[in-house]
Design a protein around this ligand. Sequence first.
Ligand SMILES: CC(C)(COP(=O)(O)OP(=O)(O)OC[C@H]1O[C@@H](n2cnc3c(N)ncnc32)[C@H](O)[C@@H]1O)[C@@H](O)C(=O)NCCC(=O)NCCS
Ligand SMILES: Nc1ncnc2c1ncn2[C@@H]1O[C@H](COP(=O)(O)OP(=O)(O)OP(=O)(O)O)[C@@H](O)[C@H]1O
Length: 211
Amino acid sequence: MISTANGPRWVLALTGGIGSGKSAVAERLAALGAGVVDTDRVAHALTAPGGAAMPALAAVFGPEIVQADGAMDRAAMRARVFADPQARQQLEAILHPMIRAQTEAELATCPGDYLVLVVPLLVETGTYLPLADRVLVVDCPVETQRQRVRARNGLPEAQIDAILASQASREARLTHADDIIDNSGDFAALGLQVDVKHSYYLGLAHQALAD
Ligand SMILES: CC(C)(COP(=O)(O)OP(=O)(O)OC[C@H]1O[C@@H](n2cnc3c(N)ncnc32)[C@H](O)[C@@H]1O)[C@@H](O)C(=O)NCCC(=O)NCCS
Ligand SMILES: Nc1ncnc2c1ncn2[C@@H]1O[C@H](COP(=O)(O)OP(=O)(O)OP(=O)(O)O)[C@@H](O)[C@H]1O
């Protein structure tokens, strides 16, 4: 439970590797009434035109990572950081503290029956784990992740390899799971699992608040 100005809130941390289905799960939980704060979305806002992270990013990485509209050039930055671990560390050193502060501010005011905190790097950084009452991992075979990322972004295979290599292994991530959603099937199979988990989390959240 986290304490907010609106009282204590029960928090589900939701994670998974790239292309595993975190956004699809979070979207459905939101439709069912959960309050969702997604650190990827927070990061996007910080790097949008006029975003609070842009001055520091331009100073460190140069004008070539800034688009004409003032937003971060995501493809350019992706190519750079997944080819160079030191550049990735520099990017994370700028963005992660800002993402954390904004995420905490949003959690403090987010409505919903309980809170869902979506953190792709939950296991890798460990810093969000203390906020979580429960950890839900969206899981599928790495080959399925590859296929879905390929279909969505058309990323070169070497870049998909580099992103996967920078993230925790499937096995390491699963050791942190209280619950697992298997997203190796279709959207219908995913939806059924999410609905069951949501009912369970509603019960846990109500129980925790009653205790
Ligand atoms: C590297 C960037 C420019 C790539 O942008 P792009 O639009 O291609 O991806 P997007 O932001 O939508 O993220 C998609 C997925 O990439 C993976 N990913 C993103 N950042 C990282 C990272 N630092 N390390 C490993 N994987 C990452 C995650 O699986 C994430 O869900 C961007 O992800 C970024 O700015 N990352 C740094 C911030 C960060 O660490 N975000 C993770 C959430 S806290
Ligand atoms: N069960 C499924 N069947 C078919 N396609 C799926 C399924 N689940 C997700 N997808 C597709 O796979 C892609 C990745 O899904 P999603 O964006 O939900 O994953 P993510 O974990 O949030 O990804 P990222 O880490 O890149 O932010 C999307 O294009 C989505 O539409």
